[in-house]
Design a protein around this ligand. Sequence first.
Ligand code: 0X9
Ligand code: ZN
Length: 301
Amino acid sequence: GLEWSSYHTLDEINQWLRDLASTYSQVSLIAAGRSYQGRDILGVKVSFKSGNQDRTVFIESNIHAREWISSAVSTYILNELLTSQDSNVRQIAESHDWIFVPIFNPDGFVYSHTTDRMWRKTRTPYSTCAGADPNRNWGYHFNEGGTSSSPCSETYRGPYAFSELSTNTLSEYIGTVAPQLRAYIAFHSYSQLLLLPYGYSAAHQDNYNDLYSVGVKAASSLAQRYNTRFQVGNIVEVLYVASGGSMDWVKGTFGTPITYTYELRDTGRYGFILPANQIIPSGQETLDSLVTILQEFDKIL
Ligand code: 0X9
Ligand code: ZN
């Protein structure tokens, strides 16, 4: 099995996903996409009982390679859904179906382990540099701000929407499950923010008011355990313009009701190189907030 006292490699995480699928009858392995360097993008579907198909929660992490805490937290949450005896965790676990795809950007993730710990993008070769920002590459309001046309930039959007094999194949997979999605949650780091759509516009669109009021409650639940403070708000208002993100595409294309992007710990002391002894506390507090999000939306939806 995996443990959460250290960070793990792609091979270790993928092997753990395979092991879960062979251990638990409720877990099945999925290939949610493929990368430029030929890797499968693996995930799992978790379903404790029938009848929850239209209440599916999709969990994305590590679209940015160096943000290791994001998949450490998502795999922690996956493990808790399978093993926790806590009544609130059991309640959300068993009243939803779940899809976890822990490593959205496997080529970049491997490169961040082997060569450059601070790598962010994919590894697709372009004229002068490698990689596009996979969170600027999705086809909803693509190239509408907060991106670069230079392949050497950290926010290179790519030559066209879905130029990256990973985002292209992931979007096809997400399209097949989108009608069932009740929630799409993306984990990033760092800054301790709970972000609401959209990244291309500061306008308060769709169900912004519900997302905001539940988000404030979720941040308050998150703070209970270790007093970790998260700020809640629209991406542009709280952070910056960032068009072509995955959550924007899911929300804009399919109207998924519950859509949040977390920027996990910390606020800059360690930044992307968050010590591994913060994985479990970060996982616990994030799960506390996810319980609140799903329970609060049950009163609304
Ligand atoms: O810039 C980003 O992609 C995210 N911040 S990070 O420091 N982790 O790179 C923010 C993503 C906001 N989401 C969308 N733009 N949809
Ligand atoms: Zn990120």
